[in-house]
Design a protein around this ligand. Structure first.
Ligand SMILES: [Zn+2]
Length: 258
C-alpha cells in the first residue's frame, strides 16, 4: 500500500518511463537468452564440423581421448564447469578424459593453490608415460605422449600457451580450451590444414592408404613382378606341335610298313 501510494505521487510521464524501462529489461533478458541459445547451437555445429575433419583424415574415433592438464582443470573450477558432462554435450560423442602421473605430480608439488585442480584430475583415467620413476613437468610429459604424429589420437585440453603452441605445430592435434565459461574446440591449425591440402593434392599418402595399397598389391601378386620377369615366363611356355597329335601320326604309319 505504501508503495502504491508513493507511485501515485510520481507524475504520469515518469510512470510511463519506468514501465518502459521494465519492459525493455524483460525483452532484453528474453532476447539475450535466445541469442545465447543460438550461439550455443552455432558453436556445437562448428565443433562437429571440425571434429569430422579429424575423424575422416586423421582416423580419430569414439571414445575420443581427451588429454587434460592442470591448467584446464583449474580453469574448469574457476568457471564451474563439469568437464566430462559439458564436453559430451558440446562434442555430442562418447569420450574418455585422461591425464598422466606427471600432471598429478606437478599439481601435488604446486600445493594448496592447485589442490582443487588435483582432485578434478585424479578422477580421470591415467595414461602410462615413460616417466614412471622420475616425473617430468606436465607440459613435457603431454608433449611426449603426443609425439611427432599423435598416433594415440589425443585431443589436447589445456590453457597453457606453450603447450597449445606445440600442439598446433603438429598436424592432427585438436586443441580444447575454456573461454568465457565455455569449452571451445579450436579451429584446425595451419599445419593441419596444410597437411590436408597436401593429402588432397596427392603429395602425401595417408598411412591408411599406404596399408591398403600394399594389401592390394599382395592380393594381385604384383608387389615384386617386373616386365623382364613376365617376358621370361612367356618364353618358358611350351612351343611346337601337340605331342598327342604326333602319336596319332605314328599309328597311321604302322599299317603301311607291314
Ligand atoms: Zn610423464
Amino acid at each position: 500500500m505504501y508503495r502504491i501510494k508513493n507511485l501515485r505521487k510520481v507524475p504520469d510521464i515518469m510512470q510511463g518511463f519506468l514501465l518502459c524501462v521494465v519492459w525493455q529489461l524483460l525483452v532484453d533478458a528474453d532476447a539475450k537468452k535466445r541469442y545465447r541459445e543460438k550461439m550455443k547451437i552455432k558453436r556445437q555445429k562448428q565443433a562437429r564440423h571440425n571434429l569430422s575433419l579429424y575423424r575422416n583424415i586423421f582416423k580419430f574415433h569414439e571414445p575420443y581421448l581427451i588429454l587434460i592438464d592442470g591448467t584446464f582443470c583449474q580453469a574448469s573450477l574457476k568457471h564451474n564447469i563439469f568437464i566430462k558432462e559439458q564436453l559430451s554435450k558440446y562434442l555430442q560423442c562418447k569420450l574418455q578424459c585422461c591425464t598422466t602421473r606427471c600432471v598429478l605430480a606437478e599439481l601435488d608439488l604446486l600445493g594448496s593453490e592447485m589442490y582443487g585442480a588435483k582432485i578434478v584430475a585424479q578422477r580421470f583415467q591415467l595414461r602410462s608415460c615413460a616417466h614412471k620413476d622420475k616425473p617430468v613437468p606436465a607440459s613435457q610429459c603431454l608433449q611426449s605422449l603426443i609425439g611427432e604424429k599423435n598416433d594415440g589420437r589425443y585431443l589436447m585440453a589445456t590453457q597453457d600457451p606453450t603447450l597449445t603452441k606445440v600442439a598446433r605445430s603438429i598436424p592432427g592435434v585438436p586443441v580444447l580450451y575454456i573461454f568465457q565459461s565455455n569449452i571451445v574446440l579450436d579451429k584446425p591449425s595451419r599445419k593441419t590444414i596444410d597437411y590436408v591440402k597436401d593429402l588432397s593434392k596427392g603429395k602425401i599418402l595417408s598411412q591408411n592408404d599406404v596399408g591398403k595399397l600394399s594389401a592390394l598389391k599382395k592380393d594381385a601378386n604384383l608387389a615384386e613382378t617386373n616386365p623382364s620377369q613376365r617376358e621370361r615366363r612367356k618364353r618358358k611356355r611350351a612351343k611346337g606341335p601337340n605331342p598327342l597329335s604326333c602319336k596319332k601320326k605314328k599309328t597311321k604309319q604302322q599299317p603301311t610298313s607291314k
